[in-house]
Design a protein around this ligand. Sequence first.
Ligand code: ZN
Length: 191
Amino acid sequence: MILKVVKYGEPVLRKKGARIESITPEIKKLIADMFDTMYAQKGVGLAAQQVGHALQLTVIDVRGATDRPSSLELKGQPAEVESFMPLVLINPELTLTGEKAAGPEGCLSFPEVFAEISRPQFVDVKASNEKGKPIEFRAGGLLGRAIQHEWDHLQGILFIDRMEKKTKEELKPELDAIQSETKAELAAGKK
Ligand code: ZN
C-alpha cells in the first residue's frame, strides 16, 4: 500500500524515532508499505518519520540509481551491492569514516529541492534486518550517503541541517513554500 509522504513542516519529521524491540505484524506491514511508497516515488531511501511514524526504521534500495556507484564490504571483503538490496535497517548505529566528500542529495519530503551535501565517504553500520537478525557492513558511495541521510531522519535531522549556509539561503524561497503549504494543510485538517 502506498502511503502519504509527509513534507517539510510536518512535526513528525523532527521527532527522534523510538527503538523497535520486536518485529510485530504491524512493523512488517509498515516495512512493506514503505517499500511500495519508496518505489512509487522513485526514491532510494525512506525513513519511518516520512510516513508519519517516529521509529528507528528505514528502507533503502540503490539499484534504481545506475548512474551513481555504491560500494559494500562484508567482514572486510568487497561484496556485491545488488544482491544486498533491498535493505531494511532497524535501530541502526553508524560509525562514520573517511574524508568528507560533497555529493548531490534530494529528499522525498522536500519535492524538487536538490543540494550538494558534504558527508564522510564511508559508514560502518550495525543494525537489525526485517527478520530481527543482526547485520553489519561498511557502505560507501551512494549507498553510504543514503544510509547517512536516512539515519539522520531517524534522529529528526533533515538534509537542510547539513547544507552550507549559503546553499540554504539560496533555497530559502523553495523551503519556505514547502513549509507554508504543509502548515496550511495541517491547519485545514484540524478544522
Ligand atoms: Zn530524506
